[in-house]
Every structure is written in structure tokens, then in C-alpha cells.
Design a protein around this ligand. Structure first.
Ligand code: C2E
Ligand code: MG
Ligand code: MG
Ligand code: MG
Length: 286
């Protein structure tokens, strides 16, 4: 199969390279087939308001239901999807599926909360992303305020271009979050010039919040800065009650992590929403 793809032949000069290139070609071919075959599914991880304990959002996280390999996590195929460009149709599928599912929950009488989707750099630079998002919202009937888009800091590097794109999305009514905040390219310039609603503190800072005074200082500073800039702030990767206490005592707005819930199938989300319809989902203050 590698031989047939002339474009990549010159790259193969060792057994290792052979395997890597073959793996890439196989995975790209497999992803095209999988997209046509409906093998991708979205899981959803609840986001909790720290003051009320209520579920206030859901992050859509893609998985691949592979016929032989089982449930494949995104870390194993998103990089190849980005490199090959398949991320554009795949990413559009994610946006549409998340909007369709969120509208279906709303139609089933569940509380109306936003669903957030992760955007790749390639999608962000696609011509007319806003037009695509607008047509998906129209097709699925989901109101724009119930869709949120997560970008990473590196996508703001070209502030002028990011500004144009994010302004358009914001004018539609879609909110923008900065994912993995603190791990990427960090210029504070974009924070004041781009229409951003929310910062998501990367889980690497949250993990050792109890033991590492530097991490604790960084998290406290991000929360304070976000609030001074009138931004919402959510902590990722919260796994313990101690981490939760720290975040609450520093008035972090929201949290997402295994302590609340792992990512769930859509059926399990429905169950959770029904069950928690009017009850706090997280232990609240005493
Ligand atoms: P992310 O957007 O930062 O998503 C959070 C990741 O952290 C998820 O991994 C989630 O399962 C995991 N996580 C949540 N809570 C905890 C916790 O308490 N502890 C730990 N250790 N991990 C936790 P997942 O689902 O494997 O996704 C990994 C990454 O793949 C995502 O990071 C995102 O960058 C990317 N990704 C996922 N879905 C999509 C998608 O539809 N499109 C694009 N472009 N990227 C996606
Ligand atoms: Mg994310
Ligand atoms: Mg993240
Ligand atoms: Mg990420």
C-alpha cells in the first residue's frame, strides 16, 4: 500500500520510518472509511458550577468505535486527522453531531445548557468557518448560545486573523473558550483584544494543586486575572475533593473532571440529566 502512494515514498529509508509512514497512511485511509461508516461517536463530560453544584455545560469529546480495536481515544487519531486534513470534515461532523444531540436533549425536556466542541487549527483557518457553523445551527435548530467553541492559545497567535474569525462567531451568538490555558503560546495581548468568554485552566496545573505551591499560585493567579478581565474560569482535570476545596476557596466558577464525572455516552448523559434535574450534582458548601 505504501508503494502505491508515490508522494510518501521518498520518506521511507529505515524500518522505523516505514512503520511510521505505513501507520499514518493506514490510519488516514481508515479514518475516511470510518467517517463514511459512522464509526465516530461523541462522549460528553459534564461541567459543574462550583457555587450551586449544578451541571452547567457539557464538553463533546470524540471517540472512534473501531471494529477491531474497540473504543479509540482522540489522542490516537486526532493528530493524524489534523496532518491529513481529514480533521475538516471530521470536525464539521463533530459540530453538527454535538448540536443535533444538544437540541434532542432540549426537545426531551432537559435543562438547556451549552455544549462545547474542540476546534483544530485547520478548521479555524478554513474559509468560512462561521458560515459552516451558522448553517449547522440552522439545520439542527440549536440556538447559538447553546454552542461553545474551544480553541487553544496557539490559534490566537495571528491576532488579526483570529480576531476577525472570533468576532464573526461571537456575533452569531457562539461563546469562545480558551482550552488548556497556560500551556501554550501565552501573550496577554489576545486576552484583552479577542472576544473570549472563558478560560479553561489546564489540568497539569490542577493535578498537584495541593502539594505544589507554584501550581497553587498559578491557579490562584489565573482565577483572579480571569475575574478582573470579566472572564469566566473553569478548572480541568479535577479528581479530588481537596482540589475542589482549593478551587472553591479561590472562587473558581466551574470545574470539569473525574471528581464530577468522566466523559459519558449520550444515553448516560440523558440519565444523569433526568436524575439530577433539580438536585445539586456536586456536594455544596456547608
Ligand atoms: P481537552 O479538550 O483538554 O479535553 C479534556 C481531556 O481530559 C479529555 O480527554 C478528558 O477525558 C480528560 N479528562 C477529563 N477529566 C479528567 C480528569 O479528571 N483527569 C484526567 N487525567 N483526565 C481528564 P480525551 O477525551 O481523551 O481528549 C483528549 C483531547 O483530544 C482533548 O483535550 C482535545 O484536545 C482532543 N479532542 C477531543 N475531542 C476532539 C474533537 O472533537 N476535535 C478536536 N479537534 N480535538 C478533540
Ligand atoms: Mg477541550
Ligand atoms: Mg483541555
Ligand atoms: Mg486540548
Amino acid at each position: 500500500r505504501v508503494k502505491e502512494n508515490g508522494k510518501n515514498n521518498y520518506m521511507l529509508h529505515s524500518d522505523d520510518m516505514d512503520n511510521i509512514a505505513l501507520h499514518k497512511l493506514t490510519i488516514q485511509h481508515e479514518m475516511r472509511r470510518a467517517l463514511a461508516n459512522n464509526e465516530f461517536i461523541l462522549y460528553y463530560q459534564p461541567q459543574y458550577d462550583l457555587a450551586s453544584g449544578q451541571i452547567v455545560g457539557l464538553e463533546a469529546l470524540i471517540r472512534w468505535m473501531h471494529p477491531e480495536r474497540g473504543l479509540v481515544p482522540p489522542g490516537e487519531f486526532i493528530p493524524a486527522a489534523e496532518e491529513s486534513g481529514i480533521i475538516v470534515p471530521l470536525g464539521n461532523w463533530v459540530i453538527e453531531e454535538a448540536c443535533r444531540q444538544n437540541k434532542a436533549w432540549q426537545d426531551a425536556g432537559m435543562p438547556c445548557i451549552p455544549v462545547s466542541v474542540n476546534l483544530s487549527f485547520r478548521q479555524f483557518t478554513e474559509l468560512n468557518l462561521t458560515g459552516k457553523v451558522a448553517s449547522i445551527l440552522e439545520k439542527t435548530g440549536l440556538k447559538a448560545r447553546y454552542l461553545e467553541i474551544e480553541i487553544t492559545e496557539s490559534m490566537t497567535m495571528d491576532v488579526e486573523r483570529a480576531s476577525k474569525c472570533l468576532k464573526e462567531l461571537t456575533e452569531l451568538g457562539v461563546n469562545i473558550s480558551i482550552d488548556d490555558f497556560g500551556t501554550g503560546y501565552s501573550s496577554f495581548h489576545y486576552l484583552k483584544s479577542l472576544p473570549i468568554a472563558r478560560l479553561k485552566i489546564d489540568r497539569s496545573f490542577v493535578r498537584h494543586i495541593q502539594q505544589d505551591t507554584n501550581d497553587a499560585a498559578i491557579v490562584a493567579a489565573i482565577i483572579a486575572m480571569a475575574h478582573n478581565l470579566q472572564l469566566q474560569v473553569i478548572a480541568e482535570g479535577v479528581e479530588t475533593q481537596d482540589q475542589l476545596h482549593f478551587l472553591r476557596s479561590h472562587r473558581c466558577d466551574e470545574m470539569q473532571g473525574y471528581y464530577g464525572s468522566p466523559p459519558l455516552s449520550s444515553a448516560n448523559v440523558l440519565e444523569l440529566l433526568q436524575e439530577k434535574l433539580n438536585r445539586p450534582a456536586l456536594p455544596t458548601y456547608h
